[in-house]
Design a protein around this ligand. Structure first.
Ligand SMILES: [Zn+2]
Length: 121
């Protein structure tokens, strides 16, 4: 646990959409689109490169499972989207941006949307 790390200190059970012994996933508090999910290792790693090999296979099993879930729940809203690729992107930082307060390995699963489909906040 790293003091000051928002994910080490995460405590909003309402936002948790997945939980197992090594990973949890939440709805991003600052989503790119609705249903934007973050998959986060429970143990703190600064970035993807530091993740131990034995966590990687399980990570991508979780990512695939949650990608299916994001696709399922976001599809009814994606009426302007012209493909089935509702989960258009999966992203992570290979290394943490310098000085980033959110230096923490995590996978982003933001649903894809047609540009302008959602009005700006
Ligand atoms: Zn942390």
């Amino acid at each position: 646990m790293v003091a000051g790390c928002v994910f080490c200190e995460y405590n909003d059970p309402k936002a948790v959409v997945y939980d197992d012994e090594r990973y949890f996933a939440i709805i991003d508090p600052e989503p790119i689109n609705p249903h934007h999910v973050l998959v986060i290792p429970k143990e703190h790693y600064e970035d993807f490169i530091q993740l131990p090999q034995d966590l990687l296979a399980h990570l991508f099993q979780v990512v695939q499972r949650l990608s299916r879930a994001v696709r399922t729940v976001s599809k009814p809203l994606a009426i302007m989207h012209l493909t089935d690729d509702d989960v258009a992107r999966m992203g992570y930082n290979l290394v943490a941006p310098p000085g980033s307060p959110a230096s923490r390995a995590k996978i982003n699963l933001p649903p894809g949307r047609a540009p302008g489909y959602y009005p700006p906040p």
